[in-house]
Design a protein around this ligand. Structure first.
Ligand code: ITT
Length: 222
């Protein structure tokens, strides 16, 4: 397997984050560029179906001599909206945007900050699919949190300015709103922290770690 992962994505933020995560295992990530409109993202009910359809298309564009290609599909799932926007996240972000989401949830409020977080609970979810030259590997990651009452911060991309990650315990597991964690943004959104802090919580990092755990080439020495 080569040390380059060719990542088919039109999203620079996703590319930068994946590059950071794979650098931790000595792999480089490069963008697999394909003319817009060539790759068709099917509308499906779950992220894995979308990602599996995209990898089949990505494989056709892998540069000669290269072996490893990845796609990743992510979305924001809001509990009070039955998981919406979920697989529709890109469309919803392009249309009503962060302000639209904040407006949809404006009635979900409470003086009690713990109750407010529960009412506004959400998660980012990511499914990464990688072809390593021999097999397809699927990695999944979830980041629990809640939706802020307004957009905060200029960092990151997409829904980052409205997403507050839940605190984490010493093992990196997400905690309930009433429990203070050892890792916390102290109520700040992903848009208000730098990318290295987002990585501590990130669904994308977890999905890529899940992939890496399953890559025989990277775990041969174990
Ligand atoms: P691809 O070309 O890789 O498909 P995309 O931007 O369409 O790029 P997704 O379908 O995976 O990416 O993402 C759906 C939406 O969710 C899109 O609007 C993203 O901006 C948003 N999103 C995904 N991951 C995010 C993250 O880590 N932080 C904030 N928003 C995110």
């Amino acid at each position: 397997m080569s040390a380059t992962v060719w990542f088919l994505t039109s999203n620079q933020g996703k590319l930068d984050e994946a590059a950071h995560h794979f650098s931790e295992v000595g792999m480089e990530v490069r963008a697999l560029s394909v003319d817009s409109g060539v790759v068709v993202e099917p509308q499906a009910e779950d992220l894995e179906t979308v990602a599996r359809a995209k990898i089949q298309q990505a494989l056709k564009h892998l540069p000669e001599g290269e072996t490893t290609v990845m796609v990743e599909d992510a979305g924001l799932f809001i509990d009070a909206l039955g998981g919406f926007p979920g697989v529709y996240s890109a469309y919803v972000h392009d249309t009503i945007g962060n302000l639209g989401i904040v407006r949809l949830l404006h009635h979900l409020t409470s003086e009690d900050p713990v109750r407010a977080k529960r009412l506004r609970a959400a998660s980012f979810q990511a499914v990464a699919v990688l072809w390593d030259g021999h097999q397809l590997i699927v990695g999944k990651g979830v980041c629990r949190g809640s939706i802020a009452s307004d957009a905060q911060g200029e960092n990151g991309f997409g829904y980052d300015p409205i997403f507050i990650p839940a605190d984490l315990d010493e093992d990196g597991a997400s905690l309930d709103p009433e429990t203070l964690g050892v890792v916390s943004t102290h109520g700040r959104t992903f848009g208000s922290v730098d990318v290295s802090e987002k990585h501590l919580f990130s669904h994308r990092r977890r999905a890529i770690e899940d992939l890496v755990r399953q890559m025989p080439q990277l775990n041969a020495g174990e």
